[in-house]
Design a protein. Structure first.
Length: 348
């Protein structure tokens, strides 16, 4: 397993990260523990969670993901072997008041202190290695929205105020490093500017979607990532499993995410299906597993620090981790770029 530097920090993380948002919904506690054990045996040292997980978010299941990781830590005592990341929920414009005892979640100092203490308790640890802002407190185009519509009445928590709260948590030893998620180029640069101006923690990573069906990160954020050493932690690298090819021709395998929940429509649509069919055909032409090809492409990008994989079965997990050993030929890369040029970013 290759390890890469996490931003400007001294931390080295595996180029494959274990995503855990299925823990507590699609995966039981025993299955979650089995996945973590296996991932570590394969050299993965990076685990990513969030206070609102599992997904889809519900009051009845909120926090289970972190709790399952916490029970694994308590059982194994292997805290020093992992880089543990989790996230605090930003301004929830959908009903998620259950996260904050009836209040709408915000990135204020009070809310962040409450959230981090609750995460630490569920995780059964005294510190979080990477604490990420799950999405901006301001209104912006995230989670599949293409266009940005400015809201003059939006009243986000000032970035410096949020960073100040995180700085106090660093000083207290509760978190080690700060990361962003679902951010824009403007947001990244504002966070970095505030950190430099006021001697606050500098973000070491950005967790945004990136896959063969969504390469919008390359348009502006890749430049930020390279120049500012704020590497991408790529999520949804298989576009909710679309790029495996298992949903082609209208197929809906039993128990699969898109079969169980209609809300996950972000990677559906005519253009997405056509691009997926083309990528799957390219992989099979070269004797490759389509999912492994898609993952290997993401991992190989110079602005990617770690590729966040998720799985519901051990077979999927093993195959996804195996992608770390796959080096795509120039011919395969050229084929990918040709498909992308013909049908760019069908899924924002």
């Amino acid at each position: 397993m290759e390890y890469r530097q996490l931003g400007r920090s001294e931390v080295q993380v595996s180029k494959i990260c274990l995503g855990t948002m299925t823990f507590g919904e699609q995966n039981s506690e025993a299955e979650a523990h089995e996945q973590i054990d296996y991932a570590l045996d394969r050299g993965v040292n990076f685990i990513d969670a969030a206070e609102m997980y599992p997904v889809p978010p519900r009051a009845e299941t909120q926090g289970r993901t972190e709790a399952y990781i916490g029970s694994w830590l308590a059982r194994t005592g292997r805290r020093d072997e992992i880089v543990l990341a989790t996230k605090v929920t930003g301004h929830a414009r959908s009903p998620m008041q259950y996260l904050r005892n009836g209040e709408t979640p915000r990135l204020t100092p009070t809310h962040i202190r409450y959230a981090v203490d609750a995460s630490l308790a569920r995780l059964q640890t005294d510190h979080i290695d990477l604490y990420q802002l799950h999405w901006p407190d301001r209104a912006t185009n995230t989670f599949g929205k293409r266009g940005y519509v400015h809201d003059p009445d939006d009243d986000p928590v000032p970035i410096a105020e949020t960073l100040g709260a995180l700085a106090r948590l660093v000083d207290a030893g509760k978190i080690r490093h700060v990361g962003l998620s679902n951010e824009t180029p403007w947001g990244v640069m504002r966070f970095l500017r505030a950190a430099e101006r006021e001697s606050l923690p500098c973000a070491v990573s950005i967790q945004n979607p990136y896959s063969l069906l969504n390469r919008t990160f390359e348009i502006g954020l890749a430049e930020c990532a390279m120049h500012e050493q704020i590497g991408l932690l790529a999520y949804s690298p298989l576009a909710f499993g679309m790029l495996s090819g298992k949903y082609l021709d209208g197929a809906r395998p039993e128990g699969a995410r898109l079969t169980r929940w209609e809300r996950f429509a972000r990677y559906n649509g005519r253009r997405a299906e056509q691009a997926t069919a083309d990528y799957v055909a390219l992989a099979r032409k070269h004797g490759l597993d389509p999912a492994q090809m898609a993952l290997a492409y993401v991992t190989s990008r110079p602005f990617v620090t770690s590729n966040i994989i998720g799985a519901t079965t051990m077979e999927q997990l093993a195959a996804n981790i195996d992608s770390a050993e796959l080096v795509l030929s120039d011919e395969v890369i050229a084929g990918i770029e040709a498909i992308h040029a013909d049908n760019p970013d069908p899924c924002p």
